[in-house]
Design a protein around this ligand. Sequence first.
Ligand SMILES: N[C@@H](CCC(=O)N[C@@H](CS)C(=O)NCC(=O)O)C(=O)O
Length: 225
Amino acid sequence: MITLYSGPLSLFSRKVEIALREKGLAFERIMVPFDQAAGYEPQHPEVLALNPKGQVPVLTDDGLVLYDSTVIVEYLDEAYPQPPLYPQTPAERARCRLDELFADEILLQALKPLMHRTGPVAADPVRRAARGADALIAEQALAGHHARLEERLAGREFFGPMLCAADIALFMGLLFGRRLGGPSFVGHPGLSGWFSRLTERPAFAQVAAEIAEADRRLSVPVALP
Ligand SMILES: N[C@@H](CCC(=O)N[C@@H](CS)C(=O)NCC(=O)O)C(=O)O
């Protein structure tokens, strides 16, 4: 029996949810409390007990306890190989892992300065102005990432030879960029088509719809460009 500790607006937990759904795996989901003012505080006691980092996602499978979305997705792919989420050849697997790491670590850095937009407005005007300025710099970084991803995709259907973990991680990063009011995909037809194709897959559509629903409930609305 698979149990996933997830969060309504947790990019990394939702990445694992897409992987589970793409593989058609049944799982029990425990949503940890989250709100825009307090974040994940106080942390869920079971997550604290299971993950020394105190973060979601945490996945348990028949007594095995795992944390970190990449470790979890790699485990799922080895324990439940069909359909595969990593390519066959060592070179293609390595490229998929690098693209996944790019999404989780580099794209994430450009998303962080936009995250305040869905939370309560800072009372201090100096802090508000600093956040606004940082967000504009981050938007430029995101636009640069879009351009590089367009080149990397080079008109292909997926970032790997088939749908792989990198597509899931990049989708989550780009979805968060859009929901946080980051740049659109205008001028990047390959990336835009890839994003639309993924949004039509049931696993991705369900996660995107649940995030939109969580935003309506929990977040300050963000104007989309
Ligand atoms: N590298 C980790 C990052 C996990 C992470 O940052 N989780 C966030 C939610 S998306 C969290 O639980 N934050 C609360 C905290 O750090 O206390 C992964 O890939 O799972």
